[in-house]
Design a protein around this ligand. Structure first.
Ligand code: 9MR
Length: 379
């Protein structure tokens, strides 16, 4: 007897019982799922982090705080430990926000990744026009010593150097390269190691899963190691697009980086669902495009098909992360929920993007459940 005709033959009351039963099961499932926690689910595998902004660390209650407490066990300051904010004027530091961030993360038992000591972007204004060699050198040495020194033992790790590479693997033409020469990266790690002996030291960049840029990152890590300087890990940022997640390159990169004896992390994960007028997967913040309606196709909500495609992409990624759970130590999502994401304003201002695991109402998305599924037995 085929099931369909069999079901049709069931008496009405049996059908009703089945219906009630399935709604109870669904209720139980969603209750369980809404209590589900990323950090608990992956506790034996890797840390689950998020990027936090100044508003979020001031919260003393509310849904967002609950989400942060319940879901994440690692935190990266989205902006507030960048040089522009820590040292707004020459040799004048402002630590209040950063201290508040550290107090918040410590209170909620989150591992803290400082971001970032040396980065060509979001530099203090006085550095943007700086040409004097001695002053650049002085800034470079003093910023690392002061900031890394102050937070040694308070943060768990630092992105010591951020985004120093071009897409072809060569060194980016930044103020540091121009003025200090190509050894500046080794020097940054050396200074950080001296100032922060109890802090892990990482190199962080986007697109370094791509073969040419990856080769550049490998060369850089080897150079630091060959100089006898400590580097503990490498962060692949992970700003990707649904439908274009470079799975093979990611897997090759996990293998290649871990073969160098360093931790591998995914440090700024988000999966955009909007068209990228710049093409490619990039997080080059200086490149932008003009708004038009075609570039903002889902202003009122994410269609189901897109929701499902994104969930599938996230699940595949987490399966890969789990396969390399010995090598991968942290997965950080770049924001808590879709409303917070930088991708609402980059590379086009004023769009509605949906790149994270929680929606604007802080409700878990299909992608959240599917990420949890990557862990379920039999998978
Ligand atoms: O998410 C950050 C956004 O709020 C800032 O406006 C932007 C400015 O540069 O930086 C964003 O974070 C970047 C991170 O610090 C480094 N990698 C790329 C991230 C996205 O641009």
């Amino acid at each position: 007897m085929n099931t369909k005709t069999g079901l049709l033959r069931l008496p009405l009351y049996t059908g009703l019982i089945l219906l009630c039963h399935s709604s109870v099961i669904f209720k139980l499932y969603s209750q369980q799922a809404s209590n589900a926690s990323l950090k608990e689910t992956f506790a034996a595998d890797f840390l689950i982090g998020t990027a936090l902004n100044s508003r979020q660390i001031k919260a003393t209650d509310g849904a967002e705080l609950q989400l942060i407490q319940g879901q994440f066990n690692a935190a990266t300051p989205e902006n507030l430990m960048k040089a522009q904010l820590l040292q707004p004027q020459w040799n004048r530091y402002e630590f209040e926000e950063a201290d508040r961030f550290i107090a918040f993360a410590t209170k909620h038992n989150m591992k803290i990744n400082g971001h970032a000591l040396i980065w060509h972007s979001q530099l203090p204004r006085f550095m943007q026009q700086m040409e004097d060699v001695d002053s650049v050198r002085q800034y470079f040495v003093r910023h690392i010593r002061t900031v890394a020194g102050r937070y040694d033992g308070k943060v768990d790790s630092w992105d010591v150097v951020n985004e120093a590479l071009n897409e072809d693997g060569s060194l980016r033409n930044s103020i540091f390269l121009r003025v200090l020469g190509e050894d500046y990266i080794v020097e940054a790690f050396r200074l950080a190691q001296e100032a922060a002996p109890n802090t892990k030291l990482y190199y962080n960049d986007y697109n370094i899963e791509q073969p040419r840029k990856r080769a550049g990152a490998i060369a850089l890590i080897k150079k630091i190691q060959a100089a006898g300087v400590r580097i503990d890990g490498v962060g692949i940022q992970g700003h990707w697009h649904v439908g274009r997640v470079p799975m093979e390159h990611i897997e090759q990169s996990i293998r290649a980086f871990s073969a160098l004896g360093v931790e591998v992390m995914f440090t700024e994960l988000d999966l955009s669902v909007l068209p990228n007028p710049l093409g490619g997967n990039t997080a080059e913040v200086s490149r932008t495009a003009k708004y038009n309606k075609q570039l903002n196709p889902y202003p009122d909500g994410m269609p189901d098909s897109v929701q499902r495609a994104q969930a599938q992409a996230y699940e595949e990624l987490f399966r890969l992360f789990l396969k390399y759970r010995e090598e991968v130590t942290r997965i950080t999502l770049w924001g808590v929920h879709d409303g917070q994401s930088w991708l609402n304003n980059w590379p086009v201002r004023g769009r509605t993007n949906y790149p994270l695991l929680f929606d604007r109402q802080m409700v878990p998305k299909t992608a959240f459940y599917q990420v949890l599924k990557s862990k379920s037995p039999g998978n």
